[in-house]
Write a protein that binds this ligand. Structure first.
Ligand code: CIZ
Length: 304
């Protein structure tokens, strides 16, 4: 039993050394987890950082599909997810069986799958994308070829607008982003006149249309850090505010709506990180065949 967060943090740091581990935290994690981590960022950036280290163990503070991606890109490393029930509702809105059925109906289509998906769905995919590179990935598909875009309908619609390409959109969505409505933004604009509005492309069209900038978490951080503006209304998961404030202590950041908190992301606590490292759980295990198939669309994306 440990009394204070200070004790827990010291214990985690010792275990990290003993296990030759690296701690990765997604930008949507709790502040204390971000402060503990070796790297903080988006899911793909974190997996790439991990592959550059000589760590033997990756403790992935994020949700299940992210830890799977870390395993795909670091097959020889032990990957631990501190909370086994930290899932992603968006990733769970598509199954490989249902995707195979849609592919059967569109046998010539290219399948583009958002990184927010399970390894089993990635295995059914031609190429992956992130919210940072989705436009580039869609533009890489030859004109005239049909595209199935999976699973986020909001990101897909936004990319359609940006590229002028028509796509068949899987009807999935991230509840944390999709449930925000323009009235939330209007209310925040009234409270904070002059603040710029930045939202994630997982938000609905109605919300994206109210924004000064639409982009991924990394693009939002870059935009705010480089902007001469002093205050910002942020339409993505609450955890990003910690990073934004850290990089920009003299600027003001306001969450677009108090509903933008992902309960799955917040399952991970200092206590669960410690428990996970002590007990070596939950280990991410994928069969060699699945790894082989699911890695290919990520490699294609990275090669672009
Ligand atoms: O790719 C990620 O990590 C997510 C979930 C969103 C983003 O925009 O970074």
């Amino acid at each position: 039993m440990y009394d204070t967060s200070h004790d827990i943090t010291d214990r985690i740091k010792k275990l990290k050394k003993d296990m030759n581990a690296v701690i990765l935290a997604h930008s949507y994690q709790r502040a204390e987890i971000q402060d503990l981590a070796d790297f903080v960022g988006d899911s793909l950036g974190l997996c790439i950082e991990a592959s550059k280290t000589d760590a033997e163990t990756i403790v992935f503070c994020g949700v299940h599909f992210m830890a799977e991606s870390a395993k795909l890109l670091n097959p020889e490393k032990l990957v631990l997810l501190p909370e086994k029930f930290a899932g992603c509702p968006l990733a769970n809105m598509v199954s490989p069986q249902r995707l195979r059925k849609l592919k059967d109906e569109h046998p010539d289509a290219a399948v583009i799958t958002y990184i927010n998906s399970t390894a089993a769905v990635k295995a059914e995919t031609d190429i992956c994308c992130t919210s940072s590179n989705a436009v580039k990935v869609v533009n890489s598909v030859p004109e005239g070829r049909e595209i199935l875009f999976v699973p986020d309908k909001n990101l897909g619609r936004w990319v359609m607008e940006k590229t002028g390409r028509d796509m068949i959109l899987w009807q999935g969505y991230c509840p944390t982003h999709h449930l925000v409505i323009p009235e939330h933004i209007e209310e925040m604009k009234k409270k904070h006149p002059g603040a710029l509005v930045l939202v994630h492309p997982e938000c609905s069209k109605e919300v994206a249309d109210t924004a000064d900038f639409v982009g991924s978490t990394e693009q939002i951080v870059k935009y705010c850090t480089g902007s001469p503006a002093r205050s910002f209304i942020i339409g993505t998961e609450e955890g990003i505010l910690h990073r934004l404030k850290k990089f920009n202590p003299d600027k003001e950041f306001y969450l677009a709506s108090e509903i933008m908190v992902c309960a799955n992301m917040k399952l991970i606590t200092l206590e669960s990180v410690l428990r996970s490292m002590e007990r070596k759980e939950t280990v991410i295990e994928l069969s060699p065949e699945l790894m082989e198939k699911a890695k290919r669309p990520i490699e294609r994306m990275l090669a672009l």
